[in-house]
Ligand binder design. Structure first.
Ligand SMILES: [Zn+2]
Length: 214
């Protein structure tokens, strides 16, 4: 319980940071009027990854790269949107596609364990609350253990996110997707910021249902 409360608070804070950064930068149109889908396709083509598909998925902040089917899936707001956040998030997901293409080992490690972690993150809170209702210390402990394992997993694999974000920034700058002022906005936008601790928030927390591979 001593460990779980700070982790829970950190998750909530991180999640609200992501949401508010997304809210802000999804309202600001980028100067070139480029959509997330256009930016993603451009990055993939330019890096010789034309066989990686770009698809629209449902939900908000459900964007991810699926290494098994080699698809960059973008949420509707990112796919069709032409905001600064659209460029930042789409480029970040392409950063994962580039990692995969270049055989970046930490990504393979994360992809291998992700299905288990995903199930654990979905089960942790229901078990914890069920334990509370039924006054079962056993159930609560299982919930806490699962939640802790998920948090540890995301902390350990955080470098994968930082690496994807730095690859994204290189692509944004090299392709001239955003102006200098817009770049500073993109850096604060979800998935490109040094607060990419958002990863813990969006993947370790309660609302992970749609996130597969960030
Ligand atoms: Zn990511």
């Amino acid at each position: 319980m001593i460990l779980i409360i700070p982790a829970l608070i950190l998750t909530m804070v991180a999640q609200s940071r992501v949401q508010s950064a997304y809210q802000k930068y999804s309202q600001i149109r980028n100067m070139r009027g480029l959509t997330g889908a256009e930016a993603a396709m451009h990055i993939l083509r330019r890096n010789g990854l034309s066989d990686v598909k770009v698809e629209m998925t449902h939900g908000t902040l459900s964007d991810h790269y699926d290494p098994r089917s080699r698809v960059v899936r973008l949420s509707p707001g990112i796919f069709k949107g032409n905001s600064i956040a659209s460029i930042a998030v789409a480029s970040h997901e392409c950063g994962h596609a580039l990692q995969h293409h270049m055989g970046y080992v930490p990504l393979s490690f994360r992809s291998a364990f992700f299905p288990v972690v995903n199930i654990s993150s979905k089960a942790a809170f229901p078990l914890l609350f069920l334990g509370l209702i039924l006054r079962s210390a056993g159930l609560m402990n299982v919930g806490i253990l699962l939640f802790s394992a998920v948090v540890v997993f995301h902390l350990v694999t955080l470098p994968v996110e930082f690496n994807a974000s730095s690859r994204a920034m290189v692509q944004i700058e090299e392709n001239g997707f955003l102006s200098m002022e817009e770049v500073s906005g993109a850096k604060k936008s979800p998935k490109c910021s040094s607060y990419d601790i958002c990863c813990i928030g969006s993947y370790g927390g309660a609302s992970t249902s749609e996130v597969h591979y960030s």
